[in-house]
Write a protein that binds this ligand. Structure first.
Ligand SMILES: *[C@@H]1O[C@H](CO)[C@@H](O)[C@H](O)[C@H]1NC(C)=O
Ligand SMILES: *[C@@H]1O[C@H](CO)[C@@H](O)[C@H](O)[C@H]1NC(C)=O
Ligand SMILES: *[C@@H]1O[C@H](CO)[C@@H](O)[C@H](O)[C@H]1NC(C)=O
Ligand SMILES: [Cu+2]
Length: 408
């Protein structure tokens, strides 16, 4: 009960009502870390460790052996907080994955040239089922976990998946340890090419005005850092202003250079500290997902879309092929960190590990169009040729089933 009381105080301090800007950020621009956020993150971690400890004690009393204990619980960390040696180990493991042969058969996706590409194929094939639908969060949790496992088991990486703490570098993500182009980064920004920002064009059935988004300060090929001149094999499927769609619906071979369009305008607008506090204080999963993912074909694209567009470029700016930019994985590391933290803060109603919601994104189809049933915990998360499949229910907790991790 002690932890609950402390958490209660922290939640009260940031005004838990949906849509209310937390008090201590109401008067700033969301670019300075608010103390209330640090409190929430600490409370979430304490909750998770407390649950694991309690669960272990209960199981031992029953003569059972718990899978996840405080001794094997691991912590994923912020990219910039890793030592240079740790960042380099991560980078080298990703390059290793890009050098291993694919498991995807050539006739399924001739563009898949590496183990790294296996993951891109799986995402391309399922894009229209796994976004704005009830499986989104769980699917991407398992996707990132399997990528982390491949780095560890197939490429000798001994660390864990790092994450991109969106607001931390919001004014200039291109200068962050993730993208500054030094040997420990995930490569630099694209070369600067004067250009307009991306434009969201509602499809004919939906209609509405086109929505211009802010441009980054890159736009061209990545020429610095470990992924300079990296070859992208798959995609794009669509939606890129200056790159035509690749063959076979994006599954054919379409070798080209990695492009990025990082910049602060998009990052500050869509993923600042105010955004993160607002996200973590949403009362239920339906509300959480609206804040996190925004609403398709409106200017409110949420931090999920906002950070995808902050990366921009090719394949980063193509929803389907985006896992083909190594930075996808630190973005979705943070997506998972946010969800796991929000789940752990739900102790007043312990349904956040079982409730998939009933709102517009809770169904089996993209934004419930065409209308479909609500997703269920027994629904299968299919990893295609990339990795083993599981079910939504198996991954609702990061300390249940096969999983045993949380975030520092
Ligand atoms: C990238 O390719 C260009 C030629 O296209 C070459 O001049 C440059 O040295 C390469 N950079 C790296 C870091 O490999
Ligand atoms: C911070 O993000 C929110 C959306 O989450 C946005 O409404 C606000 O304008 C952003 N602040 C800045 C300075 O862009
Ligand atoms: C607590 O841990 C158990 C098993 O490790 C897990 O199944 C459950 O979902 C966890 N609950 C919370 C609230 O973290
Ligand atoms: Cu995705």
């Amino acid at each position: 009960m002690k932890a609950a009381t402390i958490l209660g105080a922290a939640l009260a301090a940031v005004a838990v009502n949906a849509g209310v800007v937390p008090r201590d950020t109401a008067n700033n621009d969301g670019l300075t870390e608010p103390p209330a956020l640090a409190d929430l993150l600490e409370q979430a971690k304490a909750q998770v460790i407390g649950n694991v400890t309690e669960n272990e004690a209960k199981m031992r009393k029953r003569g059972e052996t718990p899978r996840c204990t405080v001794r094997n619980l691991v912590f994923r960390r912020e990219y910039g907080s890793l030592s240079k040696a740790e960042r380099l180990a991560y980078v080298n493991a990703v390059k290793c994955l890009q050098s291993l042969p694919p498991r995807t058969p050539g006739d399924a996706a001739p563009g898949a040239k590496s183990r790294f590409d296996d993951f891109v194929v799986t995402h391309i094939q399922q894009t229209l089922d796994i976004h704005y639908s009830g499986i989104f969060q769980a699917w991407h949790r398992w996707f990132v976990y399997q990528y982390e496992l491949a780095l560890r088991n197939e490429c000798g990486y001994t660390g864990y998946q790092p994450y991109w703490d969106w607001p931390k570098y919001a004014t200039a993500p291109q200068d962050s340890p993730i993208f500054n182009g030094d040997p420990y980064s995930l490569g630099g920004n694209g070369e600067y090419i004067p250009h307009e920002g991306p434009i969201i064009t509602p499809p004919p059935g939906i209609g509405g005005d086109s929505i211009p988004l802010p441009a980054g300060v890159g736009g061209g090929f990545v020429k610095t850092g470990p992924f300079a001149n990296m070859t992208v094999n798959l995609g794009p499927v669509g939606g890129l202003a200056d790159t035509a769609p690749g063959p076979l619906g994006g599954l054919g071979w379409n070798p080209r250079g990695l492009k990025r369009d990082l910049g602060g305008a998009m990052n500050m607008r869509y993923a600042n500290y105010t955004t993160v506090l607002r996200l973590l204080t949403q009362p239920n999963v339906d509300a959480y997902r609206i804040v996190s993912e925004g609403i398709p074909y409106t200017p409110e694209i949420g931090p999920h879309g906002g950070i995808h567009y902050t990366m921009g470029g090719d394949p980063g700016g193509d929803l389907f092929t985006s896992p083909g930019d190594p930075a996808f994985w630190v973005h979705h590391g943070q997506m998972d960190r946010m969800w796991a933290t929000w789940q752990a803060l739900g102790i007043f109603s312990n349904t956040r590990y079982t409730d998939l919601g009933s709102g517009r994104y809770a169904h089996r189809t993209w934004d419930n169009a065409p209308a479909s049933d609500l997703a269920q915990l027994t629904d299968v998360i299919d990893m295609g040729y990339a990795a083993p499949s599981t079910t939504i229910g198996e991954v609702m907790s990061t300390t249940g089933g096969d999983l045993c991790y949380f975030y520092l």
